[in-house]
Design a protein around this ligand. Structure first.
Ligand code: ADP
Ligand code: MG
Ligand code: MG
Length: 480
């Protein structure tokens, strides 16, 4: 595979003698400002360590950056409409839920509340559409409708990269770092939903993991909400807590420990581990039945599955939802090849191709949170083993992107003593994400905004780059 390259923002490698001091300062800046997380290896509620971040911002083509920023409001509209199209969701997910029990559980909650009629017709979407560059084009990796993370941390990281450029004597380059304040836009979305609920005493409920490692990012939302409007109270509960604490009031209010929840913001609940027993599933259903505005509601959650993404890539799918041909074309331009593994001739052809040239594809199940996809020779093994089984319909195939390589340093919380040899000016690739906020019901959209971006960067020889898993790093685009 031919590799393309991007020039780094500053040409010179930092001399080794200087590097240690620069990194030391960068880490202190990161820790002091909250580019941090709790350690998985040595968990301690009283401590955070730096989240992996790039020492320098990474170059990104301005033209492509602006293109995907400008289409975010269209994607918001699209996903909102998809979430409200019972026919499309049902048809898209039909064979998937036969093969994948997790999606089937989500779908059965959806069917229940759809049949009963939504108590709360408004939904809040805090979305993040992710992209990679591939052969000079920008292509969508996926669109997240649940727990789209790092909006708080990247707001700070953009400031860090301005600081470090200036500190290294490149203040003139700061103009190439675009404004970025997703935490403000996302928090405003949560507050807007709280206002629409129209009960000043009601709180915003964050549904969180039993142990939260990515604590800074979640707290940034909470603190920003307080900054914008100190009257809005945030409470945090895990699904496990809610099993004993949550109940419905006489008008289906969601009551948690005596407080009424206006908005439920899920930062957990997308992962299988969040539902260890039937009780957690029951509480998810209880929340969906409630009057609270959900972020996401169950139909929004389903609209964010990989299977729905694949259904939307069919040639005529977008015209069901969007009337403007220019808008349809703009979205189709960023969609990649996505392939169903249902039982038909096209699927047999793409399976043959993927077995022959697995490095041209990524094999994806219906999961979120990173680390679930299959790459390279494993694709071949997986496809061969499930080719004749219903299991394969739980998966999709996607064209694989090979983003251009550039050089950067990835800074991590290495154990002391500081080992300079961990830090290499090494080959990295990036994934851009654009945040969107959307609020509306089946009849209309009442709030639709693009609110900022994130860049995540990983070593060019990694398949995936989970930040919390320590492979990927938080970054900032330097527009070229
Ligand atoms: P998740 O919902 O788990 O984040 P993604 O679809 O975003 O699932 O895949 C996880 C990671 O896998 C991405 O962040 C990216 O690094 C890599 N990846 C996904 N799709 C592709 C692709 N088509 N080409 C190259 N890498 C991909
Ligand atoms: Mg995802
Ligand atoms: Mg992803």
């Amino acid at each position: 595979m031919e590799m393309s390259h991007l020039q780094p923002c500053i040409q010179l490698q930092i001399p080794k003698e200087e590097l240690e001091r620069v990194v030391d300062k960068a880490k202190d800046w990161a820790l002091i400002h909250g580019i941090s997380m709790r350690s998985k290896e040595s968990f301690n509620r009283n401590q955070v360590q730096v989240l992996p971040f790039t020492l320098l911002p990474s170059s990104f083509p301005r033209k492509n950056f602006e293109k995907v920023k400008s289409i975010q409001v269209l994607l918001n509209e699209l996903i909102h409409k998809v979430a409200h199209d019972n026919d499309f969701l049902t048809k898209s997910l039909k064979s998937t839920i036969e093969a994948d029990s997790f999606t089937a559980r989500l779908f059965s909650i959806y069917e229940t509340v759809y049949r009963e009629g939504y108590t709360q017709t408004l939904s809040l979407g805090l979305l993040r559409s992710d992209y990679m560059l591939h052969e000079n084009q920008i292509k969508q990796v996926e669109l997240n409708t649940i727990a789209s993370s790092f909006g708080g941390i990247v707001t700070v990281t953009s400031k860090y990269h301005k600081y470090i450029l200036s500190d290294l004597g490149h203040a003139d380059k700061i103009k190439n770092i675009p404004e970025n304040n997703p935490i403000n836009g996302l928090s405003k979305g949560l507050i807007q939903a709280w206002k629409l609920y129209n009960n000043k005493k009601a709180v915003i409920l964050f549904v969180v993991e039993n142990i939260t490692y990515n604590i800074c990012d979640q707290r940034f939302h909470e603190f920003e909400i307080h900054n914008i409007n100190p009257d809005v109270k945030v409470i945090r509960r895990s699904l496990r807590d809610l099993v004993s604490e949550a109940k419905l009031g006489p008008n289906k209010e969601l009551i948690v420990g005596g407080l009424e929840a206006s908005v439920v913001y899920f930062r957990s609940g997308y992962e299988v581990e969040a539902y260890p027993t039937e009780r957690e599933w029951e509480v998810r259903l209880l929340i969906e039945r409630s009057r609270a505005i959900k972020c996401p509601s169950i139909h929004y959650h389903l609209a964010g599955t990989k299977k729905v993404q694949q259904s939307l890539a069919y040639p005529n799918a977008l015209s069901i939802f969007l009337k403007d041909n220019k808008a349809i074309k703009q979205l189709q331009e960023v969609f990649a090849g996505l392939y169903s593994l249902e039982f038909n001739d096209e699927a047999e052809t793409v399976i043959d191709k993927a077995i022959l040239e697995p490095n041209k594809y990524v094999l994806k199940p219906q999961r979120e949170g990173g680390g679930n996809n299959v790459y390279n020779e494993d694709i071949k093994l997986h496809l061969e083993s499930m080719r004749n089984s219903e299991k394969r319909t739980a998966w999709i195939l996607m064209d694989r992107f090979y983003p251009p390589v550039q050089k950067n340093y990835i800074v991590r919380a290495h154990k002391e003593p500081f080992e300079n040899n961990h830090l290499h000016f090494s080959d990295v690739v990036s994934e851009l994400g654009i945040y969107g906020v959307v609020i509306g019901d089946h009849a209309s959209i009442i709030y639709n905004e693009e609110v900022g971006h994130i860049l995540r960067t990983k070593s060019s020889n990694e398949n995936e780059g989970g930040i919390a898993a320590g492979i990927g790093a938080i970054d900032t685009p330097y527009l070229i």
